[in-house]
Write a new protein. Structure first.
Length: 214
């Protein structure tokens, strides 16, 4: 078994941007000075999620792109603003087939100079619909996720059929007593508020551009 010497998580896409939250020893953000400097590109937010997980071990680094946001533009813009090269990514993981999690993947693949392995569940490519309480239907909301296009753009698909599932609650999190708890994106504001209330010392409001060192 190989143990990591360190892990750094950079939030590339998230619902929030806040340039006024101060840095801590573990958490660095593009702050007010970064955003006010005309030489820099301001970090953008959207209703999507993407993180770059940089794992260091035995003098090496392995970088995983976890999800790819909602749109092409925000993930590419933020990576450019943070001066992160697309070609340093070793692997991509798409958690599920919702557009706010895979939306920027094709653009990332096309912008790279080399192919990229992509772990994704086969069900992500099935046709899915959303039916609202009033009967209104969003037809085929994952139609932009196509195997052929991803492969043509350099994606090397690894179809993982057994994703990890979790039903942990705030009470279980409190029992585990982690140093950082950061509900994000689909968690919604009520969950963020509940975790902040119940676990104020561990709660982290994650924002686009934040870098967390573990």
């Amino acid at each position: 078994m190989i143990f990591a010497d360190g892990i750094t998580i950079t939030t590339l896409v998230e619902n929030y941007v806040d340039m006024l939250i101060p840095n801590t020893e573990r958490i660095k953000r593009p702050g007010l000075a970064f955003h006010f400097d005309p030489r820099n590109k301001p970090i953008q937010a959207e209703n999507g999620i993407s993180m770059l997980v940089d794992i260091s071990f035995a003098g090496q680094n392995y970088r995983i792109l976890f999800d790819a946001g909602l749109s092409d533009s925000v993930i590419l813009h933020n990576m450019s603003a943070l001066k992160i090269s697309l070609d340093i990514i070793d692997h991509a993981v798409i958690s599920h087939g919702h557009p706010d999690h895979y939306g920027g993947l094709l653009a990332v693949l096309k912008a790279r100079s080399v192919p990229l392995p992509v772990i994704i569940h086969p069900n992500a490519f099935l046709t899915w619909y959303v039916v609202a309480g009033n009967g209104w239907v969003i037809p085929y909301y994952n139609q932009s996720l196509r195997k052929e296009e991803l492969e043509a753009a350099g994606g090397r698909l690894v179809l993982a059929a057994n994703p990890v599932q979790s039903d942990k609650t705030i009470e279980e999190l409190k029992r585990l007593n982690p140093a950082i708890v950061s509900p994000m994106h689909c968690s919604g504001f009520k969950t963020l508020a509940a975790v902040a209330r119940e676990m104020p010392e561990a709660f982290l409001l994650n924002t686009a551009g934040a870098q967390i060192t573990l």
